[in-house]
Ligand binder design. Sequence first.
Ligand SMILES: [Zn+2]
Length: 131
Amino acid sequence: MSAIDCPRCGRVWYDDDVKAGSKRLCAECVRKLKERRRRPWRLDAFAITTITLCVVSVLFIALTALWPTILGVLLLGYGLVLLTGGLLGLGLFTGWWYRDQEDTDWSVARWGQMLALMGGACAMASYFALR
Ligand SMILES: [Zn+2]
């Protein structure tokens, strides 16, 4: 048995094979790297919602460019609703005003961030239709 340093996680592990060197990936890191290679990007609910909202927003902005007087106000309203909802969600889950943000669960808070960004983009785009 000999001690081996894992260059990825820094853990020391033990192996009988001394000749293979003292710096090698541990079994855990090898497994994680293989897993990541198999699934580089997951199509989960968040990804689907983001893509859908992106498509809807881009279509909305394109239509507003065609009929600015009719759709400009609607785009502004849509943008502000998303922006407000997103910011409220983000504030709630990151806890801006009542706790440390270190332990923010970004798997939840990213929804607010995504909605706020999307809404902000629509609200800004409506400016060019309404000015
Ligand atoms: Zn490791």
